[in-house]
Design a protein around this ligand. Structure first.
Ligand code: PLP
Length: 350
């Protein structure tokens, strides 16, 4: 849901307004280290390389691939939505031999199909929470069965909203984005890398800017300048993670769960059919078929103009046919669910 009915965390807004210091200022470096510690807590990992990458979630995706994947490497990618598709594009640009494991949009991937797709891939890559379809893909079974492969997981729409267990699930590389369930404006991509994955980095990453060997030296103890950290965004992420950890990760997951399920039940009561497969529905991103007789773009525009609620449109072949309703981070509040359901009823169903 959009910014109208629910303001961002005040702590985050205050952090954005803090005076800007130099990127090697000792005070900033303490805050950067604390931010990395908070990211370890939220990813549930002890990985030394756990950093906010400068750039949005896609920069996290690209950083993960360019450091791990070189020409001729076999990469198995799960594709059941837009972001799995994007992973294939990024891996192919690294020269990978991409093995696609597809599932219909709206359905979850079968972990067994991913594990059986190639006898010895370097990387198995999957999107945990497919924002284009509202589907959750299972991760733990991939960690159990991955063998020598490295497990690379997109946690952009899962981190902070549903359970993510980097170490316990055997995830080697995970990245996220600030503007989804972390409730921080867009601009950074939290990323974490296991020691096992670091040992298998490509010799020389094709990207200078996203070379994790060089970035690691910037956030590590022996700091060397690599690129200027986006100071205000790091402040904002630090504050947002503080809010999340003060609430408690489990409490945040529970809040997303309660709101998402209430939204899904409410929509069904109003006559909507949900798009994502039952049993694999994300609480933080609900997809529903646009009912007959409702004009997609103008209906979403009315929700925005009259109630300040932003509903996402469908993607790809589902453009105009499906709604994507985010209920994430600071917007995952029961009052927002009530407002949306009331607004839909008032505007379109009376
Ligand atoms: C939003 C999103 C991305 C891309 O993040 P940007 O911040 O738009 O670059 C990648 N993966 C998933 C699953 C997403 O939802």
């Amino acid at each position: 849901m959009g910014p109208g009915p629910s303001n961002p965390y005040p702590e985050v807004m205050q952090a954005l307004a803090r005076p800007v210091v130099g990127h090697l200022d000792p005070e900033f470096l303490v805050l950067l280290d604390e931010t990395c510690d908070r990211l370890r807590a939220v990813f549930r990992t002890s990985n030394q390389v756990t950093v906010p990458i400068s750039g949005t979630g896609s920069a996290g995706m690209e950083a993960a691939f360019v450091n791990l994947v070189g020409p001729g490497d076999s990469v198995v990618v799960g594709v059941n939505g837009l972001f799995g598709e994007r992973m294939c594009d990024v891996a192919a640009r690294c020269g990978a031999d991409v093995v696609r494991v597809e599932e219909r949009w709206g359905r979850a991937l079968d972990p067994q199909h991913l594990l059986e797709a190639h006898p010895s891939p370097k990387v198995i890559a999957v999107v945990h929470a497919e924002t284009s379809t509202g589907v959750a893909n299972e991760i733990a079974a991939l960690g159990d069965g991955k063998g020598d492969a490295l497990l690379l997981v997109d946690c952009v729409t899962s981190l902070g909203g549903i359970q993510v267990e980097v170490d316990a699930w055997g995830v080697d590389v995970a990245y996220s984005g600030t503007q989804k369930c972390l409730g921080v404006p867009p601009g950074l991509a939290p990323l974490t890398v296991s020691d096992r994955a670091r040992e298998r980095f490509v010799g020389r990453s094709q990207s200078w800017y996203l070379d994790l060997g060089m970035i690691g030296a910037y956030v590590g103890a022996a700091r060397r300048y690599h690129h200027t950290a986006p100071i205000s965004m790091v402040y904002a992420l630090h504050a947002g993670l503080g809010v999340l950890l003060d609430e408690g990760l489990e409490q945040s997951w529970a809040r997303h769960e309660v709101c998402g399920r209430a939204l899904q039940r409410g929509l069904e009561k109003l006559g909507f059919s949900l798009f994502a497969e039952e049993g694999h529905r994300l609480p933080e991103l609900t997809t529903a078929w646009v009912p007959d007789g409702l004009e997609d773009a103008s209906a979403r525009r009315e929700l925005l103009d009259h109630y300040g609620i932003e509903v996402g449109g469908g993607v790809g072949e589902f453009a105009g046919k499906v709604w994507r309703i985010g209920c994430m981070g600071h917007t995952a509040r029961p009052r927002n669910v009530t407002l949306l359901l009331g607004a839909v009823e008032e505007l379109f169903l009376r």
